[in-house]
Design a protein around this ligand. Structure first.
Ligand code: ADP
Length: 352
């Protein structure tokens, strides 16, 4: 038994949409688990079932060993933080933080203590008398988190909490959430479509696609050994290149004619995954790329082009400013063969 267990959890909405398919996973106490995937893959539905805001069509959810399926959300001792903050506009920050505690009949002095502690932790002590409309987006998000913290719940659930913030603030708040969770050690489930957010926040991440779990693992496991072609292409930016190839006697023959070595004993057709950042420019490299577009993004240069012969598109990310990669030129690339990813052409499962 883990802290939170999902067993074959399925959600079918009344209109027939199957949002989550037979999902099983376990979350350990104190863990920061991030659910990531494209819009519509079922992340929020899964989170809302844990919170009790959606019925479970089939399967079981247990929290600390207790079956939650029929337990009212208010009885679950779980706090949820939403994207739209869900603050009471007519109340000042203090009362927004105190409201839930007052409702539970906690005495005034204890409330004051909890609110002040949370405000200090979140650095919003100076704003306690302000209404939400007088706060910046980042401050509102802190208040929303404060409301979850004062409840001292057994778990936090975050549903895209940073989506309404601008890019710079997102990064700052991301760091703050991570710091806060490390400090409080409260089990957290966090939903995002942003793979960078997932990679940086998660102890473990759950990659979802069309209601199915594709991969559960640490960010490093998911990045270095993606279990499926979907995960391979979803995690990493720019996305992993996928080329057609054939595996034979520890060698991969790409459609373009280039040959790469592999430890895999697989024989037959494969999808070959090559991360853009694992290429180097090398006159003797086996991969010949006709350059079509070059993006200088500061630390790296992204070189986009097509492979000679096969015409497949490929992007390489090379450290530094690369001046010789001009549009219309042909460049030779070599690839770190220890970093090859091979996927079955039918099942799309990893095979090396
Ligand atoms: P995500 O959070 O990954 O964007 P959701 O869990 O919100 O995905 O949605 C998963 C699927 O369920 C989508 O196809 C969505 O359109 C559908 N869906 C979500 N809520 C409802 C609802 N109340 N009724 C019917 N279908 C829904």
């Amino acid at each position: 038994m883990s802290f939170l267990d999902l067993k074959n959890v399925t959600k079918i909405y009344p209109n027939g949409t199957k949002a989550v398919h037979e999902t099983s996973l376990s979350v350990e106490e104190g863990e920061f688990m991030v659910f990531v995937g494209p819009s519509g893959c079922g992340k929020s539905t899964l989170l809302r079932m844990v919170a009790g805001l959606e019925d479970i069509t089939e399967g079981e959810i247990t929290l600390e060993g207790n079956l939650m399926n029929e337990v009212d959300p208010s009885e679950r001792d779980i706090a949820m933080v939403f994207q739209n903050y869900a603050l009471y506009p007519h109340m000042n920050v203090y009362n927004n933080l105190a409201y839930g505690l007052k409702n539970r009949g906690i005495d005034k002095q204890a409330i004051e203590q909890k609110v002040n502690d949370a405000a200090k932790l979140l650095q919003i002590s100076d704003y306690l008398q302000r209404k939400p409309s007088m706060l910046s987006g980042g401050q509102r998000q802190r208040v929303a988190m404060g409301r979850a913290i004062v409840r001292d719940p057994v778990a936090f659930l975050f549903d895209e909490p940073l989506s309404n913030l601008d890019a710079k603030l997102r990064v700052q708040m991301r760091l703050e959430i991570k710091k806060l969770q490390t400090q409080l050690k409260t089990t957290s489930l966090y939903v995002t479509h942003d793979q960078v957010e997932a990679m940086t926040l998660a102890d473990r991440m759950v990659v979802m696609n069309e209601g199915n779990v594709e991969h559960v693992g640490t960010p490093l496991e998911v990045y270095t050994k993606p279990k499926t072609l979907f995960t391979a292409q979803f995690i990493g930016s720019p996305a992993m290149n996928i080329l057609k190839g054939e595996c034979q006697s520890s060698q991969i023959n790409l459609s373009s004619g280039a040959k790469l070595k592999t430890n895999s004993k697989h024989n037959g057709k494969v999808n070959v995954g090559l991360r853009p950042e694992d290429f180097t420019i090398n006159e003797k490299g086996p991969i010949k790329l006709n350059v079509e577009l070059v993006e200088l993004i500061g630390a790296n240069t992204l070189i986009h082009g097509r492979l000679e012969n096969s015409n497949e598109i490929l992007v390489a990310s090379i450290a530094g400013v690369i001046s010789e990669s001009e549009i219309g030129n042909q460049i030779n690339l070599s690839f770190d063969e220890n970093k090859l990813h091979l996927f079955d052409v039918n099942s799309n499962q990893r095979i090396n």
